[in-house]
Design a protein. Structure first.
Length: 406
């Protein structure tokens, strides 16, 4: 089960990053500007966002397994389309549909974990899946670059399509349906689930905490290349080497979260991560004011503290949000993924603007402080601090009693 969850979670992100090293070759091959070739990445992210918003509610209604298999079959078909694409618009369209299908695994893995495990174990399981998946994700750009050099850019689509077929067959054979039929029949539909979840302050708090924490990653990833290459005068290869440290810290943070989860509550782990996130971001601002983080080592080694804490925040905030209304875990997971990826693309652009229009990294680091404070505010003002989180079932019961009295 763990291997299946890792595979379905990672296939879309790995497909995204594998093609990145080949973007300059795509631009030359099709005689287009690099900004047009970049659309194979940007529209892929748009597809990831909208797919999660659609597939999550569908899985609540029809079950995890059929929706997941349908999405992965779409990814296989789109991968074949990418192999035989003759123009860049055809390739961009294939990538968009590839993302629509692949994102099904991302949203479904979180929902399946919530189907199978109690609330206090969800965060640890999400961390474990992410930790294993991160290893493959960090290696995917290298794999894509080697494939492009050795066999041409189409070989990337051959490999992605072959892996997609293997994962689809494995899920068809080995993955049981985790959502009970009684829950599907009793479900109120996407609009009803959205209304109940939206009326839960706890859900909104966990959702905002998760989404804003993810924006920290997108913002720094967008501005980091400009800071290192333009402001510090380093090469793109050196930036890539330093950026691996961020992924490594996130990986280690998830592993520590798995270890600590049995002895601590979700809220305790989130606040621990929030403290590290804020301390790391503040240290980077201090280094910027003193001039120290004009060296990549100061910038990235301190950012590792941010990413280590970020792992605690995201996995446990996701666990909290999914546990508010377990029978609508697919819809909740879809909303999380949509806001994460959809607005994350804007945060990446904002980070690039901060890195490209200033002479120091201070504005970028201040934005990370603001985002860290936003995570903390969502927990402080919206999540009860008495240890009792109001679930959607409680809300529905209260509404029913109120209606009866009226």
């Amino acid at each position: 089960m763990l291997l299946l969850l890792v595979a379905m979670t990672g296939i879309a992100p790995i497909s995204l990053y594998m093609l990145v090293p080949a973007l300059p070759v795509l631009a030359r091959t099709f005689g287009s500007d690099i900004s047009i070739a970049q659309m194979t990445v940007s529209l892929f992210m748009v597809g990831l966002a909208f797919s999660q918003l659609i597939m999550g509610p569908l899985s609540d209604r029809f079950g995890r397994r059929p929706v997941l298999l349908a999405g992965l079959c779409l990814m296989v078909i789109a991968g074949i389309g990418g192999v035989f694409a003759e123009t860049l618009p055809q390739l961009i369209a294939a990538r968009f549909f590839q993302a629509l299908g692949g994102a099904t695994g991302m949203v479904m893995s979180r929902a399946i974990i919530r189907d199978l495990y109690p609330r206090h174990r969800v965060g640890a399981m999400i961390s474990l899946v992410i930790a294993v998946m991160m290893i493959a994700q960090m290696l995917s750009p290298l794999a894509g670059g080697l494939l492009e050099i050795g066999f041409g850019w189409r070989s990337i689509f051959y490999v992605i399509t072959a892996v997609s077929i293997v994962i689809t067959l494995a899920i068809a054979v080995a993955l049981p349906e985790t959502r009970r039929f009684s829950e599907r029949v009793a479900g109120g539909g996407f609009v009803a689930d959205l209304k109940v979840l939206g009326n839960s302050r706890s859900f909104v708090g966990y959702l905002l905490c998760y989404v804003i924490a993810s924006w920290i990653i997108f913002t720094f990833a967008g501005g980091g290349p400009y800071v290192v290459v333009n402001q510090m005068g380093r090469s793109g290869a050196e930036y890539g080497a330093w950026f691996v440290t961020s992924g490594f810290a996130y990986l280690v943070g998830n592993l520590f979260c798995v270890r600590l989860a049995p002895r601590h509550s979700i809220e305790q782990l989130i606040w621990f991560g929030l403290a590290l996130q804020l301390v790391g971001a503040l240290l980077n601002v201090v280094w910027g004011l003193t001039g120290l983080n004009q060296q990549p080592a100061w910038l990235f080694l301190t950012h590792m503290i941010v990413m280590f804490g970020n792992a605690f925040v995201m996995s446990n905030a996701a666990a909290g949000a999914l546990s508010i209304r377990p029978q609508a875990a697919g819809s909740a997971s879809g909303m999380m993924g949509f806001l994460q990826m959809g607005l994350g693309a804007l945060c990446s652009q904002f980070g690039a603007w901060l890195g490209g229009h200033f002479q120091t990294a201070i504005p970028l680091n201040i934005s990370l402080v603001v985002l860290s404070l936003g995570c903390a505010a969502s927990m402080f003002f919206l999540i009860p601090r008495n240890g009792k989180v109001a679930t959607a079932a409680m809300i529905e019961k209260a509404e029913g009693e109120e209606t009866g009295l009226l």
